[in-house]
Design a protein around this ligand. Structure first.
Ligand code: NAP
Length: 253
């Protein structure tokens, strides 16, 4: 008997989990991607791409594909997908786990300013008088920086597409993490960056920019994570693997 599980992907942890589960006997693993990246790295198992069509679309998919369990391993800021998963799984009584890397919000840092939205981040940049800003924020959020008067708005994204036209003095570096501490330090120094803006993405692969900013005494304006449904939580792929193993045994009984 084969048990099917769905990983809601788009994060490093989702890819690591798909690799960990590759080749498990009796397990069919499907990773779902939103399609935000033009050329995502290849994943083992099956993949599907694009929205499901809301809660109803996801519920239809779960039934049609006989999904026994779902791991919501979406990016910490992909909260709508997380909420749809909670509603669809509750409706069908499908087991659901949230796999989420640890937050950076509790790290001690004297140069950290937490904000709740992008207008608040822009207000903080103006208050600080920042002139050369590195906004490590993801393509979907870039347009929120329109109207910010700076000498340089440095952006970074996986896909090599120009920044939104409404952004003044913007320059985009196309690169895929993880980024090394020495490289982040050199970037901040060479570009004369005087403020860093980022989201509380958490985890290790994006941490080097925070360490580099701290080393240079640069303020970090960080967006708080959106709230998510209250779910069983795995902090790493070992915990997620144990949870899946238990679900498989339940389904095979
Ligand atoms: P979202 O607001 O949670 O999702 C919006 C819609 O995209 C969902 O309702 C769903 O469409 C679709 N979707 C999202 N994740 C999906 C997945 N894994 N598989 C299939 N469909 C998916 O997420 P978002 O709009 O992608 O991004 C919100 C924030 O998260 C942004 O700041 C973005 O930078 C960040 N982020 C997202 C991803 C990602 O892979 N999604 C990766 C890195 C960062 P339907 O309602 O049609 O099902």
């Amino acid at each position: 008997m084969t048990v099917a599980i769905l990983i809601l992907g788009g994060s490093t942890e989702a890819a690591d989990l798909a690799r960990r589960l590759d080749g498990w006997p009796g397990l069919r693993v499907v990773t779902s991607l939103a399609g935000r990246t033009a050329a995502p790295l290849p994943l083992p198992g099956e993949t599907r791409t694009g929205g499901f069509g809301g809660v109803d679309g996801l519920a239809t998919y779960l039934e049609r594909e006989h999904i026994a369990a779902v791991v919501d391993a979406t990016h910490p800021f992909a909260a709508r997908m997380g909420s749809h998963a909670a509603l669809a799984c509750a409706r069908l009584n499908v087991a659901l786990l949230r796999l989420e890397r640890a937050s950076w919000a509790t790290d001690h840092s004297e140069h950290r300013i937490m904000v709740g939205d992008w207008p608040e981040a822009l207000a903080q940049l103006r208050r600080l008088g920042a002139r050369r800003v590195f906004a490590a924020i993801g393509r979907q959020d870039m347009a929120a920086f329109a109207g910010l008067e700076v000498e340089l708005l440095l952006l970074r994204a996986v896909d090599d597409q120009p920044p939104p036209a409404e952004l003044e003095h913007a320059r985009l570096i196309a690169a895929r993490g993880p980024f090394a501490y020495e490289d982040e330090l050199a970037l901040l120094r060479d570009q004369g960056i005087d403020a860093l803006v980022c989201r509380d993405a958490g985890g290790t692969s994006g941490r080097a920019k925070l360490e580099a900013a701290a080393a240079r005494g640069i303020p970090v304006i960080m967006m708080r994570r959106p709230t998510r449904p209250d779910l069983p939580l795995a902090a790493d792929i070992d915990q997620a693997e144990a949870w899946i193993s238990a679900r498989i045994h339940t389904n095979m009984r």
